[in-house]
Design a protein around this ligand. Structure first.
Ligand SMILES: [Zn+2]
Length: 264
C-alpha cells in the first residue's frame, strides 16, 4: 500500500483528493490545550494524516477529565501523567507517520512566538479567554490562520479566523470578559457531546485550511446548543467594517504586549 493508501476513505472525497492529502501531510499545527477539545482535535488530525502536531499543555490527567477527554484512561489518571505525554503515546499508536511534539507549558505572550515556530495554523483547545486573546493577537500579527472554539455546559461556539480576510476574535468579542465573569466548565459543567461537535468543526476547518481550500472558509460564527438541539450560523462578514478593531485594523496588541499577564 502506498504512503497515502491508509487515507483512501478521505482521498476518495473528490473535493479533497490525493492532492489535499499531500498538502495536509506537508502541514503542521500548533494545538494550544490538551483538554477535551484538544483531545478530540488531535485524534481527528493525527488520524487524518497531518504532517506534524505540536501539543502544548501544562496539566496532568485527573479522574474527572475522563468523562470527556477521550485520549486518557484510568491508568493515566492514577499515574497523574502529563496530558501531553499521555496523549502523544495514544496518538502515535494511532498513526506513527505523524510527528508529534509535546510541550508541557501554557501558551503565554512570552513563549507564543517560539511555540508557533514553523506552524501553518493555530488551534484553540484552551479553556480561558486570556490565552485566546493572546493567540488571536499573535495570529493576526503574523498572519497565521487560527480556529477559535469554546464549550460550556451544553453549548459551544466555533469561528475560523483568516487574518486580513475574516473578522478576528477581538472584532467579535471586543474585549476579554473580566476576571471572575469568565465562566469555566468547572463552574457550570460540560457534556462530552458538545466537545465532539465543536472539536469536529474545528478540525474540519483546519483540514480545509491546511489542504489549501481557503475558499471554503466563510466568516461565520457557529453556535450550538445541544440541550435544545439548536444550531445557529451568525454571519460576521461585515463585522470588520462595522468595528474599529484595535487588533486587526490598528495592529495594537494589548494582550501580547502585556507585562501583567497572569502566569498560572
Ligand atoms: Zn479584529
Amino acid at each position: 500500500m502506498s504512503e497515502l493508501g491508509r487515507y483512501v476513505r478521505q482521498t476518495r472525497f473528490s473535493l479533497f483528493g490525493e492532492e489535499g492529502q499531500r498538502r495536509l501531510r506537508n502541514s503542521s499545527a500548533l494545538l494550544c490545550g490538551c483538554g477535551a477539545l484538544g483531545n478530540m482535535m488531535a485524534t481527528i488530525l493525527v488520524r487524518a494524516g497531518i504532517g506534524r502536531l505540536r501539543i502544548v499543555d501544562p496539566d496532568r490527567v485527573e479522574l474527572v477529565n475522563l468523562q470527556r477527554q477521550i485520549l486518557f484512561d484510568e491508568a493515566d489518571a492514577t499515574q497523574n501523567r502529563l496530558k501531553v505525554e499521555a496523549a502523544a503515546e495514544k496518538l502515535r499508536q494511532a498513526n506513527s507517520q505523524v510527528i508529534i511534539e509535546t510541550i508541557p507549558l501554557r501558551a503565554t505572550p512570552e513563549n507564543i512566538e517560539e511555540l508557533s515556530d514553523q506552524v501553518n495554523i493555530i488551534l484553540d483547545g484552551t479553556d480561558n479567554f486570556e490565552t485566546r486573546f493572546v493567540l488571536n493577537e499573535f495570529a493576526v500579527k503574523k498572519g497565521i490562520p487560527w480556529v477559535f472554539g469554546g464549550v460550556l455546559g451544553a453549548e459551544g461556539q466555533v469561528m475560523p479566523i483568516i487574518p486580513g480576510r475574516t473578522p478576528c476574535l477581538n472584532c467579535l468579542l471586543h474585549d476579554c470578559p473580566p476576571a471572575g465573569l469568565d465562566m469555566t466548565c468547572e463552574m457550570v459543567g460540560i457534556f462530552a457531546s458538545v466537545v465532539g461537535v465543536i472539536a469536529s468543526l474545528q478540525a474540519m476547518e483546519a483540514i480545509k485550511i491546511l489542504s489549501g481550500h481557503l475558499e471554503t472558509i466563510t466568516p461565520r460564527l457557529t453556535v450550538v446548543d445541544l440541550w435544545n438541539r439548536e444550531i445557529r450560523q451568525i454571519d460576521v462578514s461585515n463585522l470588520r467594517d462595522r468595528v474599529d478593531c484595535p487588533v486587526c485594523k490598528r495592529q495594537h496588541f494589548r494582550f501580547l504586549e502585556s507585562r501583567t499577564y497572569p502566569a498560572k
